[in-house]
Write a protein that binds this ligand. Structure first.
Ligand SMILES: Cc1cc2nc3c(=O)[nH]c(=O)nc-3n(C[C@H](O)[C@H](O)[C@H](O)COP(=O)(O)OP(=O)(O)OC[C@H]3O[C@@H](n4cnc5c(N)ncnc54)[C@H](O)[C@@H]3O)c2cc1C
Length: 401
């Protein structure tokens, strides 16, 4: 029976393990953490992610995962409302934008994978290197709870995220286009009359607020890269005042009332990059390991899930062929199919920080002009068509095996 080693049980690795194991591939999934809640994990699923999960046949299993559907999105410029757009309406073909608990989502994926006898999960196993034979990757070297261990398989998949060990040890090269931003996170209680996600844009600042899967209000304060050290030295009262100046009056008083909850800001540095080639003989990268996604537009989990569907289509027949030349061709075909969407989305993700966070002389007039034209619903629909890739992706992705 063909074998695959998947490194990393994030959305990409856990979903691929589920799909391959149920198609008769012997899958070993290696995850360095013992518990999925140990790492920060993105939690907004766009309609493309919701549809990808349904495509995998996991629509019903998702009922066990805590989630909150987002009702509408509002855009504010300099604290004034520019527009509010209903979500899950005709415009989005009734597919919701959903905040989910990612730890629960990953538990659900490995539980579903475990319903196949072909699946094995090794928690607390951190990959430290790759095994090569005649220039081909044939396995990994890992630190496990029982000490150093080698694992071998017909295929190694690096789904180990932005600091991928498979990328590092596999001789992959990459190109960076990281946005000059970082994100500071807080969770505070949600106001009772909460309507849906709000984006507050102003001179040199951007804040996003949405209701998280646990009912709390998630604050994402986007700051200029490197400015966190200075921010951390200030008090929660200072942060509340600075944020309050950027938002609508209702949110401003809510922030002031909750300032005691703004105790421990959590910094997530934003990275955007892509490897020059997603595969080497015997090994493939998918998800953030291949193309780390910035947080703009909440894309990374969705793109990772779409990678796994395309990877499954190519890998299943290639692994059963037991021919390494066919397998290596399949690895290149996965990249050929996925790279155009990833490149397109990464280009789209690069635009908002450049306009919103810029303090160049032209940036404020551009923001004001945008606000004026976006007031008109017709213009908004046309603008939405340009960024519709954020909601649905730009490629047809369906499971064919
Ligand atoms: C601030 C911020 C907010 C974001 N918000 C969203 C959002 O709302 N929606 C969205 O779609 N995307 C979001 N993203 C992006 C998203 O989190 C990632 O793109 C997505 O998690 C990628 O999934 P993945 O499976 O490829 O990698 P990961 O989720 O990073 O999973 C990698 C897994 O590999 C494991 N691992 C790492 N190294 C090893 C090793 N050596 N050995 C074994 N295991 C290893 C890790 O423990 C982890 O479980 C956000 C990103 C940031 C920075």
């Amino acid at each position: 029976m063909p074998t695959a080693l998947i490194v990393g049980a994030g959305p990409a690795g856990a979903a691929l393990a589920y799909l391959l194991a149920h198609r008769g591939i012997e899958v070993t999934l290696l995850e360095r953490q013992l518990d999925f809640s140990r790492e920060f994990r993105g939690e907004i699923l766009m309609p493309s992610g919701v549809l990808a999960i349904e495509e995998m046949g996991l629509g019903d299993a998702m009922n066990s995962v805590s989630s909150v559907d987002q009702k509408s999105i509002s855009l504010y410029l300099n604290a004034s409302l520019v527009f509010r757009q209903e979500l899950g309406s005709d415009a989005l073909e009734s597919v919701p934008v959903r905040a989910i608990s990612q730890p629960q989502f990953l538990e659900m994926l490995v539980t579903e994978a475990g319903k196949s006898p072909c699946f094995r999960l090794e928690r607390g196993t951190s990959v430290k290197g790759l095994l090569f034979e005649d220039g081909r990757v044939v396995g990994v070297r890992a630190r496990t709870r029982a000490g150093e261990k080698s694992f071998k398989a017909d295929l190694v998949v690096g789904a180990d995220g932005r600091a991928s060990a498979v990328r590092r040890h596999g001789g992959f090269t990459d190109r960076h286009a990281s946005p000059p931003i970082d994100v500071v996170w807080w969770k505070i209680p949600c106001p009772n009359d909460w309507n849906g996600p709000c984006a507050f844009i102003g001179k040199g600042h951007l804040m996003l607020l949405y209701q998280s899967w646990d009912g709390n209000l998630q604050i994402a304060w986007i700051i200029i890269k490197g400015s966190f050290r200075e921010l951390k030295q200030r008090s929660p009262g200072d942060w509340a005042r600075e944020m309050a100046a950027q938002v609508s009056p209702e949110i401003s008083s809510h922030l002031e009332a909750c300032k005691d909850k703004l105790q421990h800001p959590f910094l997530l540095d934003s990275v955007s990059d892509c490897v020059d080639s997603w595969s080497v003989p015997g090994a493939l990268l998918i998800g953030d390991a291949a193309h780390t996604m910035s947080p703009v537009g909440a894309q990374g989990v969705n793109i990772a899930l779409r990678d796994t569907i395309v990877a499954t289509n190519h890998l299943v027949p290639a692994l059963f062929s037991e021919d390494t030349a066919i397998l290596d061709r399949a690895l290149r075909a996965i990249e050929e199919e996925r790279a155009p969407e990833v490149n397109h989305i990464q280009r789209l993700q690069g635009l908002p920080p450049r306009v919103v966070m810029s303090s160049a002389w032209w940036s404020e007039p551009v923001r004001k002009l945008l606000a004026k034209i976006l007031v008109h619903p017709g213009v908004r629909v046309r603008a939405a068509n340009h960024v519709t890739g954020f909601a649905f992706g730009v490629a047809d992705v369906s499971l064919e095996v």
